[in-house]
Design a binder for this molecule. Sequence first.
Ligand code: AMP
Length: 233
Amino acid sequence: MGDRRRTANGHSNGKHAPARTPVQPRSNKKPQAATARQVRNICVYCGSNPGRDPAYTEAARELGRQMAEAGIGLVYGGGGLGLMGEIARSVLAGGGRVTGIIPSFLSEREQMLRDVTELVVVADMHERKRLMFERSDAFVAMPGGIGTLEELVEQLTWAQLGRHSKPIVLLNVGGFWAPFTTLLDHMRREAFIRNSMDVSFRVADSPGAVLDAVRAAAAPAQPLAEAAVAEKF
Ligand code: AMP
């Protein structure tokens, strides 16, 4: 078990990035170069359904428990259903912080969780995605459906274009993401993912490996590039 570092070029690298000195929060206009981002909040993308395997629910609960214990806040889509609801309730049960960001048109359909630390009801999906990006220091994708996939791929796309360097980790419960990483390998072999457009992400096989992977991947802050991403939403 543990996390494996992968890139869209299909390479694995079991080594963690060297430890770096924490920096000021992202709001600081002049971060130091070559210092690591402090991970205060993680955005978790996951299914609004529980999925077929009870292991998905167990993983969501365990990741939530560990985030609360580590004092890392959860940023998520604000719903009460499926894995989304499971991880949010688990963080709250552990005394942790939860920020739910949900468009008003989904508040009923996704059974918006009202008892969170901070609830942000936004006008549309664009605002939701922009705020989720801005509020988070890293992204974790758990098993999920089309919405989860779209959100993950968007972060990978912006990272590939060098517009942000926030860590991206796939929580590979029961090998759930294997077809996706296989697709990326296929794209590389077919020369649609170029070496010059490399994008890094990590694969963690268990909730226990996720926080280690996020911290290891924490890269030097690039606030100017990230501001540019926010403008694009
Ligand atoms: P799913 O993985 O399909 O269960 O969706 C998980 C979450 O992603 C839900 O809160 C959806 O509202 C959200 N979602 C669905 N489609 C999109 C999209 N195109 N962009 C961003 N989020 C989405």
